[in-house]
Write a protein that binds this ligand. Structure first.
Ligand SMILES: O=C(O)CCC(=O)C(=O)O
Length: 494
Protein backbone atom coordinates (compact mmCIF):
# COMPACT_ATOMS: atom_id res chain seq x y z
CA UNK A 1 0.00 0.00 0.00
CA UNK A 2 2.62 2.50 1.01
CA UNK A 3 4.75 1.98 -2.04
CA UNK A 4 1.92 2.31 -4.51
CA UNK A 5 -0.24 5.01 -3.01
CA UNK A 6 0.29 8.60 -2.16
CA UNK A 7 0.81 9.03 1.53
CA UNK A 8 -0.54 11.60 3.86
CA UNK A 9 0.92 12.44 7.24
CA UNK A 10 -0.56 14.72 9.83
CA UNK A 11 1.60 16.04 12.57
CA UNK A 12 -0.89 16.84 15.29
CA UNK A 13 0.52 19.17 17.87
CA UNK A 14 0.49 17.59 21.28
CA UNK A 15 -1.55 19.55 23.78
CA UNK A 16 0.44 20.03 26.95
CA UNK A 17 -2.35 19.09 29.29
CA UNK A 18 -2.88 15.82 27.46
CA UNK A 19 0.67 14.62 27.86
CA UNK A 20 0.72 11.15 29.37
CA UNK A 21 4.09 9.97 30.48
CA UNK A 22 3.93 6.48 29.06
CA UNK A 23 1.60 6.61 26.14
CA UNK A 24 2.49 10.02 24.81
CA UNK A 25 5.96 8.81 23.92
CA UNK A 26 4.48 6.73 21.12
CA UNK A 27 4.12 8.07 17.62
CA UNK A 28 1.36 6.34 15.66
CA UNK A 29 0.60 5.97 12.02
CA UNK A 30 -2.82 4.98 10.79
CA UNK A 31 -3.87 4.12 7.28
CA UNK A 32 -7.44 4.85 6.41
CA UNK A 33 -8.73 4.42 2.88
CA UNK A 34 -5.20 4.60 1.55
CA UNK A 35 -4.33 7.74 3.50
CA UNK A 36 -1.55 7.50 6.05
CA UNK A 37 -1.55 9.86 9.02
CA UNK A 38 1.02 10.18 11.72
CA UNK A 39 0.11 11.47 15.15
CA UNK A 40 1.30 11.47 18.71
CA UNK A 41 -0.74 8.93 20.58
CA UNK A 42 -2.96 10.51 23.17
CA UNK A 43 -6.17 8.63 23.85
CA UNK A 44 -6.37 5.65 21.58
CA UNK A 45 -4.05 2.71 21.15
CA UNK A 46 -4.77 2.06 17.53
CA UNK A 47 -2.73 2.14 14.34
CA UNK A 48 0.96 1.40 14.17
CA UNK A 49 3.35 2.07 16.99
CA UNK A 50 6.67 3.61 16.15
CA UNK A 51 10.01 3.51 17.89
CA UNK A 52 10.35 7.21 17.12
CA UNK A 53 13.80 7.87 15.67
CA UNK A 54 14.69 11.05 13.79
CA UNK A 55 13.02 11.38 10.39
CA UNK A 56 14.56 14.82 9.69
CA UNK A 57 10.95 15.88 9.13
CA UNK A 58 10.50 13.92 5.88
CA UNK A 59 6.80 13.65 5.05
CA UNK A 60 4.97 11.47 2.55
CA UNK A 61 4.15 13.10 -0.78
CA UNK A 62 0.42 13.29 -0.09
CA UNK A 63 1.04 15.84 2.65
CA UNK A 64 2.31 18.31 0.07
CA UNK A 65 -1.28 18.77 -1.08
CA UNK A 66 -2.60 19.73 2.34
CA UNK A 67 0.26 21.91 3.56
CA UNK A 68 0.33 25.44 2.14
CA UNK A 69 2.33 26.86 0.41
CA UNK A 70 2.38 23.46 -1.42
CA UNK A 71 6.10 23.69 -2.02
CA UNK A 72 8.45 20.72 -2.02
CA UNK A 73 11.98 21.66 -1.05
CA UNK A 74 13.05 18.26 -2.36
CA UNK A 75 12.83 19.71 -5.86
CA UNK A 76 14.24 23.17 -5.41
CA UNK A 77 17.19 21.83 -3.47
CA UNK A 78 18.08 19.20 -6.06
CA UNK A 79 18.38 21.66 -8.98
CA UNK A 80 18.54 19.84 -12.31
CA UNK A 81 18.51 16.46 -10.56
CA UNK A 82 14.91 17.01 -9.42
CA UNK A 83 13.53 15.10 -12.41
CA UNK A 84 15.19 11.90 -11.19
CA UNK A 85 13.36 9.50 -8.92
CA UNK A 86 14.46 9.29 -5.30
CA UNK A 87 15.90 5.84 -5.94
CA UNK A 88 18.01 7.16 -8.79
CA UNK A 89 19.26 10.12 -6.78
CA UNK A 90 20.28 7.69 -4.03
CA UNK A 91 21.93 5.35 -6.55
CA UNK A 92 24.05 8.26 -7.79
CA UNK A 93 24.91 9.38 -4.27
CA UNK A 94 25.87 5.78 -3.57
CA UNK A 95 28.79 6.22 -5.98
CA UNK A 96 30.34 8.99 -3.88
CA UNK A 97 32.98 8.73 -1.22
CA UNK A 98 32.05 9.71 2.33
CA UNK A 99 33.89 13.05 2.19
CA UNK A 100 31.99 14.13 -0.90
CA UNK A 101 28.70 12.96 0.57
CA UNK A 102 29.44 15.08 3.64
CA UNK A 103 30.26 18.17 1.54
CA UNK A 104 27.19 17.70 -0.65
CA UNK A 105 24.95 17.51 2.41
CA UNK A 106 25.70 21.20 3.07
CA UNK A 107 24.53 22.35 -0.37
CA UNK A 108 20.76 22.53 0.26
CA UNK A 109 18.03 21.21 2.55
CA UNK A 110 17.26 18.58 -0.03
CA UNK A 111 20.83 17.36 -0.31
CA UNK A 112 21.02 17.41 3.47
CA UNK A 113 18.19 14.88 3.65
CA UNK A 114 19.39 12.69 0.78
CA UNK A 115 23.02 12.71 1.89
CA UNK A 116 22.06 11.74 5.44
CA UNK A 117 20.12 8.67 4.26
CA UNK A 118 21.55 6.04 6.60
CA UNK A 119 21.75 3.14 4.07
CA UNK A 120 24.31 5.20 2.07
CA UNK A 121 26.57 5.40 5.11
CA UNK A 122 25.92 1.77 5.97
CA UNK A 123 27.19 0.73 2.55
CA UNK A 124 30.27 2.92 2.96
CA UNK A 125 31.02 1.37 6.34
CA UNK A 126 30.45 -2.21 5.16
CA UNK A 127 32.62 -1.66 2.09
CA UNK A 128 35.50 -0.21 4.02
CA UNK A 129 35.52 -1.85 7.46
CA UNK A 130 38.17 -4.53 7.37
CA UNK A 131 39.52 -4.57 10.87
CA UNK A 132 36.11 -4.68 12.57
CA UNK A 133 33.06 -2.58 13.04
CA UNK A 134 32.53 -0.42 16.10
CA UNK A 135 29.00 0.96 15.79
CA UNK A 136 28.52 4.48 17.10
CA UNK A 137 24.79 5.00 17.18
CA UNK A 138 24.32 5.67 13.47
CA UNK A 139 26.04 4.54 10.30
CA UNK A 140 27.18 8.06 9.50
CA UNK A 141 28.80 8.48 12.93
CA UNK A 142 30.39 5.06 12.55
CA UNK A 143 31.88 6.05 9.19
CA UNK A 144 33.08 9.41 10.41
CA UNK A 145 34.45 7.78 13.56
CA UNK A 146 32.85 10.06 16.12
CA UNK A 147 30.00 9.46 18.56
CA UNK A 148 26.46 10.09 17.39
CA UNK A 149 26.18 13.83 16.99
CA UNK A 150 22.81 14.12 15.31
CA UNK A 151 22.05 17.81 15.22
CA UNK A 152 18.36 17.00 14.80
CA UNK A 153 17.80 19.38 11.88
CA UNK A 154 14.14 19.23 10.85
CA UNK A 155 13.22 20.19 7.32
CA UNK A 156 9.61 21.36 7.27
CA UNK A 157 8.70 21.11 3.62
CA UNK A 158 10.38 17.96 2.29
CA UNK A 159 8.03 15.36 0.80
CA UNK A 160 9.09 11.92 -0.46
CA UNK A 161 7.23 8.62 -0.30
CA UNK A 162 10.43 6.65 -0.78
CA UNK A 163 12.34 8.24 2.09
CA UNK A 164 9.29 8.35 4.33
CA UNK A 165 8.62 4.66 3.79
CA UNK A 166 12.23 3.77 4.48
CA UNK A 167 12.09 5.68 7.77
CA UNK A 168 8.70 4.19 8.62
CA UNK A 169 9.85 0.60 8.05
CA UNK A 170 12.90 1.21 10.25
CA UNK A 171 10.75 2.51 13.08
CA UNK A 172 7.59 0.42 13.02
CA UNK A 173 6.76 -1.99 15.79
CA UNK A 174 4.99 -5.24 14.83
CA UNK A 175 1.20 -4.76 14.92
CA UNK A 176 -0.60 -7.14 17.26
CA UNK A 177 -2.88 -8.32 14.42
CA UNK A 178 0.20 -9.60 12.55
CA UNK A 179 0.97 -11.86 15.49
CA UNK A 180 -2.48 -13.20 16.33
CA UNK A 181 -2.81 -16.04 13.84
CA UNK A 182 -1.31 -19.25 15.18
CA UNK A 183 -2.35 -22.32 13.19
CA UNK A 184 0.76 -24.46 13.29
CA UNK A 185 0.35 -28.01 14.56
CA UNK A 186 2.09 -28.29 17.94
CA UNK A 187 3.30 -31.58 19.36
CA UNK A 188 4.96 -32.59 22.60
CA UNK A 189 6.55 -35.98 23.25
CA UNK A 190 5.80 -37.57 19.85
CA UNK A 191 7.86 -40.59 18.85
CA UNK A 192 10.26 -40.42 15.91
CA UNK A 193 7.98 -42.78 13.94
CA UNK A 194 4.99 -40.50 14.51
CA UNK A 195 7.05 -37.48 13.45
CA UNK A 196 8.15 -39.22 10.25
CA UNK A 197 4.67 -40.51 9.41
CA UNK A 198 2.69 -37.37 10.22
CA UNK A 199 5.07 -34.58 9.32
CA UNK A 200 8.30 -35.52 7.55
CA UNK A 201 6.81 -37.98 5.05
CA UNK A 202 3.86 -35.71 4.10
CA UNK A 203 6.24 -32.68 4.17
CA UNK A 204 4.23 -30.67 6.71
CA UNK A 205 5.56 -28.17 9.27
CA UNK A 206 5.21 -28.88 12.97
CA UNK A 207 6.24 -27.04 16.10
CA UNK A 208 7.87 -29.40 18.60
CA UNK A 209 7.67 -28.52 22.25
CA UNK A 210 9.78 -29.85 25.08
CA UNK A 211 12.51 -31.51 23.05
CA UNK A 212 15.36 -29.19 24.04
CA UNK A 213 15.08 -29.88 27.73
CA UNK A 214 18.53 -31.42 27.97
CA UNK A 215 20.25 -28.62 26.05
CA UNK A 216 22.82 -26.84 28.21
CA UNK A 217 22.47 -23.91 25.80
CA UNK A 218 18.94 -23.29 26.99
CA UNK A 219 20.22 -22.62 30.51
CA UNK A 220 23.56 -21.08 29.74
CA UNK A 221 23.30 -18.99 26.60
CA UNK A 222 22.77 -15.38 27.29
CA UNK A 223 24.75 -12.32 26.36
CA UNK A 224 27.10 -12.48 29.37
CA UNK A 225 27.93 -16.16 28.83
CA UNK A 226 28.52 -15.73 25.11
CA UNK A 227 30.68 -12.65 25.59
CA UNK A 228 32.71 -14.45 28.23
CA UNK A 229 33.22 -17.51 25.99
CA UNK A 230 33.70 -15.80 22.67
CA UNK A 231 33.22 -12.00 22.87
CA UNK A 232 36.30 -11.41 20.74
CA UNK A 233 35.62 -14.17 18.20
CA UNK A 234 34.55 -12.90 14.78
CA UNK A 235 31.28 -14.23 13.38
CA UNK A 236 29.66 -13.76 9.97
CA UNK A 237 27.28 -10.84 9.98
CA UNK A 238 25.90 -10.21 6.49
CA UNK A 239 28.82 -9.23 4.29
CA UNK A 240 31.27 -8.68 7.17
CA UNK A 241 32.85 -10.49 10.10
CA UNK A 242 32.26 -8.90 13.49
CA UNK A 243 33.45 -9.61 17.00
CA UNK A 244 30.49 -10.88 18.99
CA UNK A 245 30.92 -8.10 21.52
CA UNK A 246 30.82 -5.48 18.75
CA UNK A 247 27.76 -7.11 17.23
CA UNK A 248 25.87 -6.93 20.52
CA UNK A 249 26.82 -3.24 20.80
CA UNK A 250 25.46 -2.64 17.29
CA UNK A 251 22.28 -4.63 17.99
CA UNK A 252 21.57 -2.57 21.10
CA UNK A 253 21.61 0.72 19.23
CA UNK A 254 20.38 -0.12 15.78
CA UNK A 255 17.15 1.17 14.34
CA UNK A 256 17.09 0.36 10.67
CA UNK A 257 14.93 -1.27 8.07
CA UNK A 258 17.07 -4.37 7.67
CA UNK A 259 19.21 -4.86 10.75
CA UNK A 260 22.39 -6.85 10.21
CA UNK A 261 21.88 -10.46 11.27
CA UNK A 262 24.53 -12.72 12.77
CA UNK A 263 24.28 -15.98 10.83
CA UNK A 264 27.41 -18.10 11.16
CA UNK A 265 27.88 -21.61 9.73
CA UNK A 266 31.27 -22.19 11.38
CA UNK A 267 30.35 -21.26 14.94
CA UNK A 268 30.98 -24.73 16.35
CA UNK A 269 34.42 -24.91 14.71
CA UNK A 270 35.27 -21.40 15.92
CA UNK A 271 34.05 -22.05 19.47
CA UNK A 272 33.86 -25.83 20.12
CA UNK A 273 32.09 -25.26 23.46
CA UNK A 274 29.07 -23.84 21.58
CA UNK A 275 28.83 -27.09 19.62
CA UNK A 276 28.83 -29.05 22.89
CA UNK A 277 25.99 -26.98 24.38
CA UNK A 278 23.31 -28.55 22.18
CA UNK A 279 22.35 -31.89 20.60
CA UNK A 280 20.43 -32.52 17.43
CA UNK A 281 16.85 -33.37 18.49
CA UNK A 282 16.15 -37.09 17.96
CA UNK A 283 13.73 -36.40 15.08
CA UNK A 284 16.54 -35.06 12.93
CA UNK A 285 19.29 -37.57 13.64
CA UNK A 286 19.49 -38.84 10.09
CA UNK A 287 21.90 -36.50 8.34
CA UNK A 288 22.89 -37.99 4.98
CA UNK A 289 25.10 -35.08 3.86
CA UNK A 290 27.49 -36.22 6.62
CA UNK A 291 28.73 -38.90 4.20
CA UNK A 292 30.58 -36.06 2.45
CA UNK A 293 32.69 -35.29 5.53
CA UNK A 294 34.44 -31.93 5.18
CA UNK A 295 33.04 -31.50 1.69
CA UNK A 296 29.44 -31.23 2.86
CA UNK A 297 27.69 -27.91 2.22
CA UNK A 298 27.18 -25.55 5.17
CA UNK A 299 24.51 -27.08 7.35
CA UNK A 300 24.25 -25.49 10.78
CA UNK A 301 24.20 -21.92 11.91
CA UNK A 302 24.02 -19.90 15.08
CA UNK A 303 21.59 -17.04 14.53
CA UNK A 304 21.62 -13.90 16.67
CA UNK A 305 19.64 -10.74 16.04
CA UNK A 306 17.77 -7.87 17.67
CA UNK A 307 14.00 -7.42 17.54
CA UNK A 308 13.07 -6.57 13.96
CA UNK A 309 15.88 -8.60 12.39
CA UNK A 310 15.05 -11.79 10.54
CA UNK A 311 14.92 -13.66 7.26
CA UNK A 312 12.76 -12.49 4.35
CA UNK A 313 10.89 -15.04 2.20
CA UNK A 314 13.07 -17.80 0.82
CA UNK A 315 13.18 -21.56 0.28
CA UNK A 316 16.00 -23.41 1.99
CA UNK A 317 19.09 -24.35 0.02
CA UNK A 318 19.62 -27.51 -1.99
CA UNK A 319 16.08 -28.75 -1.37
CA UNK A 320 16.98 -29.61 2.22
CA UNK A 321 14.58 -29.57 5.16
CA UNK A 322 15.49 -27.75 8.36
CA UNK A 323 14.86 -27.39 12.05
CA UNK A 324 15.17 -24.12 13.91
CA UNK A 325 15.43 -24.07 17.72
CA UNK A 326 14.90 -20.86 19.67
CA UNK A 327 17.20 -20.53 22.67
CA UNK A 328 16.43 -16.95 23.68
CA UNK A 329 13.69 -14.59 22.54
CA UNK A 330 10.90 -15.44 20.11
CA UNK A 331 10.29 -15.52 16.36
CA UNK A 332 7.21 -14.97 14.25
CA UNK A 333 7.06 -17.50 11.39
CA UNK A 334 5.01 -17.44 8.19
CA UNK A 335 5.25 -20.51 5.95
CA UNK A 336 3.71 -21.21 2.53
CA UNK A 337 3.70 -24.67 0.90
CA UNK A 338 5.88 -25.23 -2.17
CA UNK A 339 2.99 -24.70 -4.61
CA UNK A 340 2.03 -21.25 -3.26
CA UNK A 341 4.30 -18.30 -3.94
CA UNK A 342 3.79 -15.75 -1.14
CA UNK A 343 2.17 -12.45 -2.14
CA UNK A 344 4.76 -9.80 -3.03
CA UNK A 345 7.40 -12.43 -3.83
CA UNK A 346 8.55 -13.01 -7.42
CA UNK A 347 10.98 -15.85 -8.06
CA UNK A 348 12.76 -15.98 -11.42
CA UNK A 349 11.62 -18.89 -13.63
CA UNK A 350 14.71 -20.97 -12.78
CA UNK A 351 14.33 -20.15 -9.06
CA UNK A 352 17.86 -18.76 -8.86
CA UNK A 353 16.70 -15.27 -7.84
CA UNK A 354 13.83 -13.91 -5.82
CA UNK A 355 12.49 -10.35 -6.02
CA UNK A 356 10.67 -9.32 -2.86
CA UNK A 357 10.02 -6.22 -0.72
CA UNK A 358 13.10 -4.45 0.61
CA UNK A 359 12.38 -5.41 4.20
CA UNK A 360 10.31 -7.77 6.30
CA UNK A 361 8.40 -4.82 7.75
CA UNK A 362 7.55 -3.61 4.26
CA UNK A 363 6.18 -7.08 3.48
CA UNK A 364 3.97 -6.99 6.57
CA UNK A 365 2.71 -3.48 5.77
CA UNK A 366 1.99 -4.12 2.13
CA UNK A 367 1.21 -7.82 1.77
CA UNK A 368 0.21 -9.42 5.07
CA UNK A 369 -3.44 -8.49 4.56
CA UNK A 370 -3.46 -10.19 1.16
CA UNK A 371 -2.78 -13.56 2.84
CA UNK A 372 -6.25 -13.36 4.42
CA UNK A 373 -7.95 -13.76 1.04
CA UNK A 374 -5.87 -16.68 -0.19
CA UNK A 375 -7.44 -20.08 -0.74
CA UNK A 376 -4.39 -21.67 0.84
CA UNK A 377 -3.53 -19.51 3.80
CA UNK A 378 -0.05 -19.75 5.29
CA UNK A 379 0.98 -21.59 8.43
CA UNK A 380 1.79 -19.04 11.11
CA UNK A 381 3.13 -19.15 14.64
CA UNK A 382 5.35 -17.58 17.22
CA UNK A 383 8.16 -19.93 18.18
CA UNK A 384 9.42 -19.27 21.70
CA UNK A 385 12.54 -20.20 23.64
CA UNK A 386 12.68 -23.98 24.11
CA UNK A 387 10.62 -24.69 20.98
CA UNK A 388 11.72 -26.11 17.64
CA UNK A 389 10.03 -25.70 14.28
CA UNK A 390 10.38 -28.25 11.48
CA UNK A 391 10.60 -26.53 8.07
CA UNK A 392 9.93 -29.11 5.34
CA UNK A 393 11.79 -28.86 2.05
CA UNK A 394 10.46 -26.50 -0.60
CA UNK A 395 8.38 -24.41 1.85
CA UNK A 396 8.66 -20.62 1.57
CA UNK A 397 9.26 -18.99 4.93
CA UNK A 398 9.70 -15.58 6.49
CA UNK A 399 10.90 -15.06 10.04
CA UNK A 400 11.06 -11.93 12.19
CA UNK A 401 12.54 -11.74 15.67
CA UNK A 402 10.08 -10.24 18.13
CA UNK A 403 12.76 -9.81 20.78
CA UNK A 404 16.53 -10.04 20.88
CA UNK A 405 16.93 -13.68 19.89
CA UNK A 406 19.44 -16.51 19.77
CA UNK A 407 18.73 -19.67 17.79
CA UNK A 408 20.36 -22.70 16.22
CA UNK A 409 19.22 -23.99 12.86
CA UNK A 410 20.31 -27.04 10.93
CA UNK A 411 19.50 -28.13 7.38
CA UNK A 412 19.45 -31.82 6.67
CA UNK A 413 18.86 -34.60 4.17
CA UNK A 414 17.16 -37.77 5.35
CA UNK A 415 15.79 -40.74 3.38
CA UNK A 416 12.53 -38.79 3.07
CA UNK A 417 14.08 -36.02 0.95
CA UNK A 418 17.17 -37.74 -0.47
CA UNK A 419 15.72 -38.14 -3.98
CA UNK A 420 14.56 -34.50 -4.04
CA UNK A 421 17.98 -33.30 -3.05
CA UNK A 422 19.74 -35.45 -5.67
CA UNK A 423 17.36 -34.19 -8.33
CA UNK A 424 17.95 -30.59 -7.25
CA UNK A 425 21.74 -30.98 -7.33
CA UNK A 426 21.51 -32.42 -10.86
CA UNK A 427 19.59 -29.49 -12.38
CA UNK A 428 21.22 -27.95 -15.45
CA UNK A 429 21.71 -24.63 -13.65
CA UNK A 430 23.10 -26.28 -10.51
CA UNK A 431 26.04 -23.88 -10.62
CA UNK A 432 23.70 -20.98 -9.80
CA UNK A 433 21.25 -22.88 -7.60
CA UNK A 434 23.41 -25.00 -5.34
CA UNK A 435 24.74 -23.14 -2.30
CA UNK A 436 26.87 -23.49 0.80
CA UNK A 437 29.79 -25.12 -1.00
CA UNK A 438 32.53 -24.06 -3.40
CA UNK A 439 32.08 -27.11 -5.63
CA UNK A 440 28.51 -26.58 -6.82
CA UNK A 441 28.72 -28.47 -10.08
CA UNK A 442 30.18 -31.73 -8.78
CA UNK A 443 28.17 -31.92 -5.59
CA UNK A 444 25.58 -34.22 -7.15
CA UNK A 445 28.05 -36.83 -8.34
CA UNK A 446 30.10 -36.72 -5.15
CA UNK A 447 27.01 -37.05 -2.95
CA UNK A 448 25.47 -39.85 -5.02
CA UNK A 449 28.70 -41.87 -5.03
CA UNK A 450 29.18 -41.37 -1.31
CA UNK A 451 25.62 -42.51 -0.55
CA UNK A 452 26.09 -45.55 -2.79
CA UNK A 453 29.31 -46.39 -0.96
CA UNK A 454 27.97 -45.90 2.58
CA UNK A 455 24.37 -47.05 2.08
CA UNK A 456 24.47 -49.42 -0.90
CA UNK A 457 21.12 -49.97 -2.60
CA UNK A 458 19.38 -47.09 -0.74
CA UNK A 459 18.86 -44.87 -3.78
CA UNK A 460 17.42 -47.76 -5.84
CA UNK A 461 15.16 -48.78 -3.01
CA UNK A 462 13.82 -45.26 -2.53
CA UNK A 463 13.35 -44.79 -6.28
CA UNK A 464 11.32 -47.99 -6.49
CA UNK A 465 9.18 -46.95 -3.52
CA UNK A 466 8.57 -43.52 -5.03
CA UNK A 467 7.50 -45.08 -8.34
CA UNK A 468 5.12 -47.43 -6.57
CA UNK A 469 3.63 -44.50 -4.64
CA UNK A 470 3.18 -42.50 -7.84
CA UNK A 471 1.51 -45.42 -9.60
CA UNK A 472 -0.75 -45.89 -6.60
CA UNK A 473 -1.74 -42.24 -6.64
CA UNK A 474 -2.50 -42.15 -10.36
CA UNK A 475 -4.54 -45.39 -10.27
CA UNK A 476 -8.26 -44.50 -10.12
CA UNK A 477 -9.93 -45.74 -6.97
CA UNK A 478 -13.07 -47.88 -7.25
CA UNK A 479 -15.12 -44.80 -6.40
CA UNK A 480 -13.38 -42.72 -9.13
CA UNK A 481 -13.98 -45.42 -11.72
CA UNK A 482 -17.69 -45.62 -11.03
CA UNK A 483 -18.24 -41.87 -10.89
CA UNK A 484 -15.99 -40.82 -13.74
CA UNK A 485 -18.09 -40.80 -16.92
CA UNK A 486 -14.95 -41.11 -19.03
CA UNK A 487 -14.23 -44.49 -17.45
CA UNK A 488 -17.14 -45.84 -19.46
CA UNK A 489 -18.61 -47.69 -16.51
CA UNK A 490 -21.89 -47.02 -14.82
CA UNK A 491 -22.68 -44.02 -12.65
CA UNK A 492 -24.47 -43.88 -9.38
CA UNK A 493 -27.23 -41.39 -9.05
CA UNK A 494 -29.03 -40.52 -5.87
O1 LIG B 1 15.84 -16.06 11.05
C1 LIG B 1 15.64 -17.23 11.36
O2 LIG B 1 15.75 -17.70 12.48
C2 LIG B 1 15.20 -18.17 10.25
C3 LIG B 1 16.33 -18.71 9.51
C4 LIG B 1 15.90 -19.35 8.24
O3 LIG B 1 14.89 -19.06 7.70
C5 LIG B 1 16.73 -20.33 7.64
O4 LIG B 1 17.75 -20.70 8.23
O5 LIG B 1 16.38 -20.79 6.55
Amino acid sequence: MLSSKTLLYKNHKRKKKNVKTKKSKKICVSTEKGVTKQYQEEEEDEGFSLKGSDSHGVQPLGNLYINPPFHNSRNTGLGNLQTLTDELVLDILGLLEGTHLGILSTVSKSFYIFCNHEPLWRNLVLETCKGGLFFKGSWKSTFVGVGNRTCGVKIRDFYSDYLFQSWLCANLEMKSEWLERDNVVRRKGVSVDEFVMNFEEPNKPVLLEGCLENWPALEKWNREYLIEKCGDVRFSVGPVEMKLEDYFRYADQVREERPLYLFDPKFAEKVPQLGKDFDVPIYFNEDLFSVLGNERPDYRWIIIGPAGSGSSFHIDPNSTSAWNAVIKGSKKWILFPPDVVPPGVHPSPDGAEVASPVSIMEWFMNFYNATKNLKKRPIECVCKAGEVIFVPNGWWHLVINLEDSIAITQNFVSRRNLLNVLEFLKRPNACTLVSGTSDRVNLHDKFKSAIEAYLPGTIDELTLKAEEKKAQQSKPSFWDSVTDSKAGAFKFSF
